[in-house]
Design a protein around this ligand. Structure first.
Ligand SMILES: NC(=O)c1ccc[n+]([C@@H]2O[C@H](COP(=O)([O-])OP(=O)(O)OC[C@H]3O[C@@H](n4cnc5c(N)ncnc54)[C@H](O)[C@@H]3O)[C@@H](O)[C@H]2O)c1
Length: 721
């Protein structure tokens, strides 16, 4: 909360009418601003730029800092910390006039007396990094998900959201924590630190009669609502459709008026690498099932060891195959190796070939990182006739021109320089590489490799680069030579039946609570599988096995969170069992949520909804209905985003968070909202004539008489000839 300054106590007026702060005020403020205040208790000497007296400043408590919001006195400017992973310099896109507008926009957050100090600093940030992050305002407290009770506030729900936001910015979790990026290179929680500070303050002040409105990272403010309304409504990157090209993001994000929320970054629902490891394990397992092979001794080749893609080698190991994953960034490769997700790092292609042959002969379960460009791997394995069973790619092709995809034959450092200094040349090199990449994959698939697009816009960008990836006999929805993993694997095997990435976070942040929730969830699924129909037995089995081994896999990074795939019935039963356990005092409150990459949350024609073949792939009604429906059925917060996964303008996705506090009201909310949240998507998939979904929605209607869904009639194809 902004402190009201008292004349005579905090300051007095000088002869010339300037405010002079008293020593008491400066001590209470808790730090030296190094500007040489007249009554500086720290003895700061402006001439030598040093603090002489050793007065221990009174540090604010964590709660006081949150309640302070944007400090009325400027904190000392922050040094650029080169030891952590930073976002790449963004492309120079603003005109001089637009740069002035970006500055004017940024200064809106601060009192006018600070503008003269902040202008040169923000100007420098814009020049150097292409964005104004307001580094000076980065909080000094440690960023991590605390016990929910440590957060200040009048609303338990709002405290839960503070916890989830801090988890998304935890250094152990976030990809570029100082730039407020959680994953995917540009998946932002906020665009600058002023937005963070203001949002946390609003959450700490609000009651259950208010709703906080978030416009792409900017907290518009608190509006009166009611206790059954969401506490927060988030939109990210919502654009007028014609302004949704990649360069529009560059421009409007640099102006500070929108942001790329990815999926769970800007919706405060990221749970570290666990979500993606689980999803990738399910994909790799089902991928091998699809080609009728055991994972053991067989080879999976892919690339990317970043925020999400880094899960691939770990998932490959859990699934039990040989994984080769190429990565151009040495820093990231080292992180994954140290983490144990990569068993070996190889920098030489001949060595790589020999090592893989040995692993194939011995049927080893091993994950190998190739430090270099993935195109070199595909080409080399072709020359050496090394058989690849499963192939994919998870470079960040949703973001091809700003560091998501590196051209072959150019060093990592040179590429980083080129993308900022010569963006047109960089684009040419990327497209050339994509053509080579696709050509090498084509050679392998001709020899029997099964290749799938892994939701990173690989086929889309390759096609735009003129690569040979188009289906020679295209049908609606099968424009490319290769399927997306949703078309062949995730869609028909999981989403159509309502199985998707349900997750929860124990708000006590106590590992013992997580263990108890794992046990509860496992018991619920084991009970359910006894009467589950044949169609969903495999999914139930995979997830029971996952939850049994969840503690052993040690995938918790950041908050005490767990993920598994469940259908509507499973999600509701697990959530109800948690709520009962909270009511019984066995565990603390629990936050429910899910990835946006789910049955109903995301309309994305080349990914989540790529197995919709009635032509409605390019509509976004489902995701919009989902978020509206969730918001009035009891979600604690909802969010809807443009971009995420496959790129700005390519997808609309949404999600929710829901706090369970053990009350009857929470039970009502979970039943009403989770049922809708899954069955909305199944009904749409069923209307698109997807067989699994028709089965699942009929089953849901039998269980819930109030559900009445329009079912499709199937026409005899012969009549249409
Ligand atoms: N299928 C899914 O479920 C799913 C889930 C999340 C993300 N994604 C998508 O996957 C992609 C990757 O996400 P991320 O969070 O890991 O992004 P990221 O940017 O953190 O990682 C991508 C990595 O690829 C490396 N890379 C780029 N070009 C390369 C090349 N030619 N050769 C070798 N390495 C190269 C980069 O150095 C980077 O480390 C994104 O497009 C994302 O949207 C898919």
């Amino acid at each position: 909360m902004k402190k009201v300054l008292i004349e005579g106590e905090d300051y007095y007026l000088s002869d010339r009418g300037f405010r002079v702060f008293t020593e008491k005020y400066l001590l209470d403020r808790g730090y030296c601003c190094m500007s040489g205040c007249k009554h500086c208790p720290y003895g700061f000497n402006k001439l030598v730029d040093q603090i002489r007296k050793k007065v221990k400043p009174r540090t604010m408590t964590f709660q006081e800092e949150i309640l302070q919001g944007i400090p009325s006195q400027l904190p000392p400017s922050a040094l650029y910390d080169a030891t952590i992973n930073h976002a790449p310099k963004r492309k120079e896109i603003l005109t001089d006039e637009e740069k002035t507008l970006a500055l004017r926009n940024a200064l809106r957050y601060f009192e006018p007396q600070h503008h003269a100090t902040l202008i040169p600093e923000f100007k420098e940030e814009l020049e150097k990094y292409g964005r104004i992050y307001m580094y000076r305002f980065r909080p000094k407290y440690r960023m991590y998900a605390r016990d929910i009770n440590e957060y200040p506030g009048k609303s338990l729900q709002a405290k839960a959201i503070q916890m989830m936001i801090q988890n998304n910015l935890d250094y152990a979790v976030a990809q570029h924590p100082h730039e407020l990026i959680t994953y995917g290179g540009n998946g932002a929680v906020f665009s600058n630190w002023a937005q963070y500070l203001l949002t946390m303050k609003y959450l700490a002040e609000m009651t259950d009669e208010q709703t906080l409105v978030m416009y792409s990272g900017h907290p518009m403010g608190l509006f009166p609502s009611h206790k059954n309304a969401p506490r927060v409504v988030v939109t990210n990157g919502m654009m007028i459709p014609n302004y949704s090209k990649p360069d529009d993001w560059e421009k409007f994000n640099a102006l500070g008026v929108t942001q790329y929320g990815q999926m769970t970054a800007g919706s405060y629902m990221y749970i570290g690498p666990q979500g993606i490891v689980h999803g990738t394990t399910i994909t790799v397992l089902n991928g091998f099932r699809k080609i009728g092979k055991e994972p053991k001794g067989n080879l999976f080749v892919t690339s990317g060891l970043g925020g999400m893609s880094g899960a691939q080698p770990k998932a490959g190991t859990i699934a039990g195959c040989i994984t080769v994953c190429a990565e151009v960034n040495p820093k990231i490769t080292k992180i994954r190796h140290n983490q144990g997700w990569i068993h070996e790092v190889i920098e030489d292609l001949d060595q790589l070939v020999n090592r893989v042959r040995k692993a194939q002969e011995r049927k080893e379960v091993v994950s190998i990182a190739y430090l270099g460009n993935v195109v070199d791997v595909w080409e080399k394995f072709d020359q050496e006739n090394l058989h690849i069973d499963l192939g994919s790619d998870q470079t960040s092709l949703h973001n091809p021109w700003a560091g998501g995809y590196y051209p072959v034959g150019i060093s990592f450092e040179e590429s980083n320089k080129m993308m900022a200094d010569q963006p047109e040349l960089f684009k040419e090199k990327v497209q050339e590489t994509l053509r080579r990449h696709a050509a090498a994959i084509n050679k392998h698939t001709a020899k029997g490799t099964y290749f799938f697009d892994y939701g990173n816009a690989f086929l889309l960008e390759a096609s735009r680069a003129g690569a040979d990836v188009m289906n020679p006999t295209p049908t609606l929805g099968r424009e490319f030579k290769y399927p997306s993993y949703v078309q062949d694997i995730m869609g028909p095997m999981c989403f159509d039946y309502g199985f998707g990435p349900f997750r929860w976070v124990c708000a006590s942040n106590n590992p013992e609570d997580l263990q108890k929730t794992d046990d509860i969830a496992c018991a619920v699924l084991e009970e359910m599988i006894k009467t589950s129909p044949e169609e969903i037995q495999q999914q139930m089995k995979d997830n029971i096995q996952w939850i049994r081994g969840a503690q052993e896999n040690k995938l918790v990074v950041g908050s005490q969170a767990r993920i598994l795939y469940a259908d509507a019935e499973g999600r509701m039963k697990i959530a109800k069992a948690f709520n009962d356990a909270i009511n019984d005092g066995k565990i603390g409150p629990v936050v429910l949520g899910r990835d946006h990459h789910d049955v109903s949350g995301t309309d994305s024609p080349y990914r989540e909804t790529s197995n919709i073949y009635d032509g409605s792939r390019f509509t976004a009604d489902m995701a919009i209905h989902n978020v509206i429906g969730d918001s009035f059925r009891g979600a604690t917060w909802v969010s809807i985003h443009n971009g995420g996964g496959v790129g700005w303008g390519e997808v609309i996705n949404g999600g929710f968070g829901m706090l369970l506090d053990g009350t009857n009201e929470a039970e009502q909310r979970l039943k009403s909202m989770l049922f809708w949240d899954v069955n909305n998507g199944i009904s749409r998939r069923s209307w698109a004539r997807n067989e699994g979904a028709v089965f699942a929605i009929k089953r849901a209607m039998e269980a819930e008489p109030l559900l009445k869904v329009t079912l499709p009639n199937i026409v005899d194809d012969n009549l249409l000839k």
